[in-house]
Design a protein around this ligand. Structure first.
Ligand code: SAM
Length: 285
């Protein structure tokens, strides 16, 4: 039964769809897509394949980068009239390097609350198998296409200690990896995921130099869609000591040298003995 005309506003459902394997979709996503009045899809022709596969006949309208602004009013009016709408993109989670941000913001602004229907995204899919630290990571999306802008962006990230995640296309994967190798250094750990969940799914893992070599030896390695995961920069002992000293400067106003050094070492990663000696010096002992 299609939702609508209940006297209450409808809901905007933000629905994740597969990133390759059509079976990677939740029951709730399928139920939502079948029950809403309208599906706003990034490319209606592309999403038709998914909907036909599951026998879903809901009407679709396009919502992409170039018409999102003009679709917003139409969708908000539909929601206010009591009809529910689902937002989907060509693959994965809408808004993640995909259209939809302006619509979701407009829905909030209109006093309504969008509903997530979660599922796959290439970021989480890749991080689950990359073999890299995932405690803290930075999602950088696509790098700029112009090489000077790309290198500038990579240089600004070279000291970032969190794991870095990039999306990349077949046209630029080689150039981007080469730039990463030059800027981050050839020994930085890297995992490249290609065509995840699809027939030619591949993972290349090693130092940047090793990954470049492995990919060079595989003729198909630059075909398809890519996620690149790069280990964060290792913090140098000097940086840790500097951080530890700044923490000591604050803690010494309240605590003994020993207590301050203990806490500052735990927070900064610097050695306790080094910070203790620094504390004694500061207190003039
Ligand atoms: N919304 C999507 C998501 O949640 O991941 C991302 C859309 S973005 C326009 C498309 C990019 O995501 C591709 O160029 C590629 O970098 C990455 N991607 C999407 N599907 C992928 C897959 N199956 N394997 C590897 N990368 C993928």
């Amino acid at each position: 039964m299609k939702t609508g005309n209940t006297g209450k506003p409808g809901k905007l459902y933000v629905v994740a769809t597969p990133i390759g394997n059509l079976s990677d979709i939740s029951n709730r996503a399928l139920e939502t897509l079948a029950s809403v009045k309208l599906i706003a899809a990034e490319d209606t022709r592309h999403s038709k394949t998914l909907l036909q596969h599951y026998g879903i006949k809901t009407a679709m309208m396009s919502l992409h980068e170039h018409n999102e602004a003009s679709r917003i009013d139409q969708i908000i009016r539909k929601l206010q009239a009591g009809d529910s709408v689902a937002l989907i993109s060509d693959a994965g989670t809408p808004l993640i390097s995909d259209p939809g941000s302006r619509l979701v913001m407009a829905v909030h602004k209109a006093g309504m609350v969008p509903v997530p229907v979660p599922g796959p995204s290439a970021i989480s899919t890749m991080l689950s198998v990359a073999g890299q630290s995932v405690d803290r990571f930075c999602f950088e999306g696509f790098l700029p296409s112009k090489s000077s802008a790309r290198r500038k962006q990579l240089e600004s990230l070279s000291a970032e200690s969190r794991t870095l995640v990039f999306y990349e296309s077949s046209h630029r994967i080689s150039d981007s990896l080469q730039d990463m190798n030059n800027i981050f250094g050839s020994s930085r750990c890297c995992t490249v995921g290609r065509e995840l969940t699809k027939r030619y799914e591949s993972l290349y893992r090693g130092t940047l130099a090793e990954v470049l070599l492995k990919m060079e030896q595989d003729n198909n390695s630059t075909r398809g869609e890519f996620v690149v995961v790069i280990a964060g920069a290792e913090k140098s002992p000097d940086e840790e000591i500097e951080k530890g000293r700044s923490i000591m400067d604050i803690l010494l106003t309240e605590l003994s040298v020993s207590q301050a050094a203990n806490l500052a070492a735990r927070i900064s990663g610097a050695r306790k003995k080094v910070l203790y000696e620094y504390g004694l010096g500061k207190k003039g002992k």
